[in-house]
Design a protein around this ligand. Structure first.
Ligand code: BES
Ligand code: MN
Ligand code: ZN
Length: 498
């Protein structure tokens, strides 16, 4: 599908997103004139409630309008969601060439809205049926096909900026679509070696390098925690290493380190999870997916930043050779860990990945993302990810980026008292406090022990935001959370530098 940003010559089918505000009545009379309808009738029938849609046929020749209500919310993430929903609901009926008219919005907002509109329409085309046998009787939707086009109508004054924004929106959406497939993939189709292959392919396509440490290298590098978590599975763990450098990297090009939890399936291990919702644990590599998506987008957007990413990938299984509760194991950082709960596996593999990353590189910011605890879902639900950092500037920068792009973060405390129960009688640390309170915070405190007191480390617990209910699926499915957030954060962080 091709994407055009123009001022004039709209296609014959145009989506008009409309806010419920003082301007609505005038906008509707204008649309009434353009389509030969009665203004008063239109004002009566369309209120611009969120998700309200009305199809306006032209009286004779002329464009057909799809009015789309936005309710009272006007920020870019709301437009993205509204268009994503519109596209998803109407996918099979949408014409080959479709426009989205944004010309009635305030000009200063239009580039960001263009980004959001392009992304929303592309994401709305996502097909969750990864393993469904194609039905020859059901024709593929026209809109979204190779011959199709999407035209965003913007005022001439912001045309250049909007074209750039559309590129960003398309890049972010395509990176997100790729990782939706990763996270929605079945556990048996994404064992660590397969995940590594996907990342390798993504790197080749987008332009970043990928190295994979397998069994032997993991042992040699003393990534003992990663090894121990993965050893109960016949599919060995892997450490996937991503490296992106812009073409014109200078000595002072900032370096950001990203770590993503890549548990390809989490049974809990010997501390076995209840079976009712266990199938959802195929999504326990949502952090890894966010990191990969960020690399794809950053490389395609040629962001002037260096990124170094580490994904510890393992399958947490129950088996005769699996790690047992009470086992004491070594770690890459040299600390000994008493594993009091094998289901608290994420913090173990993250500890090794972070420690290894800091041995290889000295990033100015270090961010890890993980579907780490059910506790963060009990605290924040599905609306925001938990943000843990001792660095106030970093906390602000991340939270603001999240607010701007609609992938929200909420800061949680990291007071030392929360880590007190991680003391072990027999080893340097234990991985579970034994108390079912504030588990997302004690998990963050555990990881903190392996960050070598990095001054700008942040941990994002995305257990609630990476995989959830939506209007796009019957049951929980991937959200792509983290890609837009991290790209937004990186752009702002490297932006105006002294
Ligand atoms: N992958 C889970 C966390 C999770 C739970 C993600 C629900 C998404 C939805 C993690 O490995 C885990 O099992 N955490 C335990 C920690 C506990 C043993 C301290 C949990 O949250 O119950
Ligand atoms: Mn677990
Ligand atoms: Zn897990």
């Amino acid at each position: 599908m091709t994407i055009h940003i123009t001022e004039h010559n709209p296609p014959d089918n145009i989506v008009v997103p409309l806010l419920q505000n003082e301007a609505l009545a005038d906008q509707l009379s204008d649309l009434a004139i353009r389509s030969g309808q009665l203004a008063s009738a239109l004002q009566q029938d369309f209120r611009a409630d969120a998700k309200e849609t009305l199809l306006l046929y032209a009286q004779s020749a002329g464009p057909r309008f799809y009015l789309l209500g936005l309710g009272k919310k006007s920020a870019a993430p709301d437009l993205q969601n509204a268009l994503r929903g519109f596209c998803h609901r109407n996918k099979s009926k949408l014409p080959l060439h479709l426009g989205v008219d944004l010309r009635h919005f305030p000009p200063a907002d239009i580039p960001r809205l263009t980004d959001a509109a392009v992304a929303g329409m592309l994401l709305g085309l996502y097909d969750l049926g990864l393993y469904r046998t194609p039905d020859p009787a059901k024709p593929a939707p026209q809109f979204g096909s190779d011959k199709a086009s999407l035209t965003i109508l913007v005022p001439g004054a912001v045309l250049t900026e909007s074209r750039k924004a559309a590129q960003r929106g398309e890049t972010l959406a395509r990176a997100t679509l790729t990782i939706l497939n990763f996270v929605n993939a079945a556990g048996n189709k994404k064992i660590p070696a397969q995940l590594a292959e996907w990342v390798r392919a993504a790197g080749e396509q987008a332009g970043f390098t990928v190295r994979v440490l397998q069994e032997e290298a993991i042992r040699n590098e003393k990534l003992e925690l990663l090894w121990q978590v993965g050893k109960g599975s016949p599919h060995p763990p892997a450490l996937i290493v991503l490296d992106y450098s812009p073409k014109k990297a200078a000595k002072n090009t900032p370096l950001i380190g990203l770590v993503g939890k890549g548990v390809t399936f989490d049974t809990g291990g010997v501390s076995l999870k209840p079976s009712a919702n266990m199938h959802l644990m195929k999504s326990d590599m949502g952090g890894a997916a966010a990191v990969v998506g960020t690399f794809i987008a950053a490389a395609q957007l040629k962001l002037p930043v260096r990124l170094f990413g580490v994904i510890p990938a393992a399958e947490n299984m129950i088996d005769g050779s699996a790690l047992k509760p009470g086992d004491v194991v070594d770690s890459h950082a040299g600390k000994t860990i008493e594993v009091t709960d094998t289901d608290a596996e994420g913090r173990l593999i993250l500890a090794d990945a972070i420690s290894w990353l800091l041995q290889q590189q000295s990033p100015e910011v270090l961010i890890d993302l993980a579907t780490l605890t059910g506790s963060v879902i009990r605290a924040l639900g599905y609306q925001a990810a938990g943000l843990f950092t001792a660095n106030d500037d970093l906390a602000d920068a991340l939270a603001r980026a999240g607010e701007a792009c609609g992938e929200r973060l909420w800061r949680m405390p990291l007071w030392d008292e929360y880590g007190a129960d991680l003391k072990s009688d027999v080893a340097d640390l234990r991985n579970y406090t034994g108390k079912p309170v504030a588990e997302s915070i004690s998990a963050a405190k555990f990881i903190e022990h392996f960050t070598a007191s990095h001054p700008a480390w942040a941990h994002l617990d995305i257990a609630g935001t990476a995989f959830g209910d939506s209007e796009f699926a019957q049951s929980k499915s991937a959200t792509g959370f983290g890609v837009r957030l991290l790209v937004e954060f990186i752009e702002r962080w490297i932006g105006p530098r002294p």
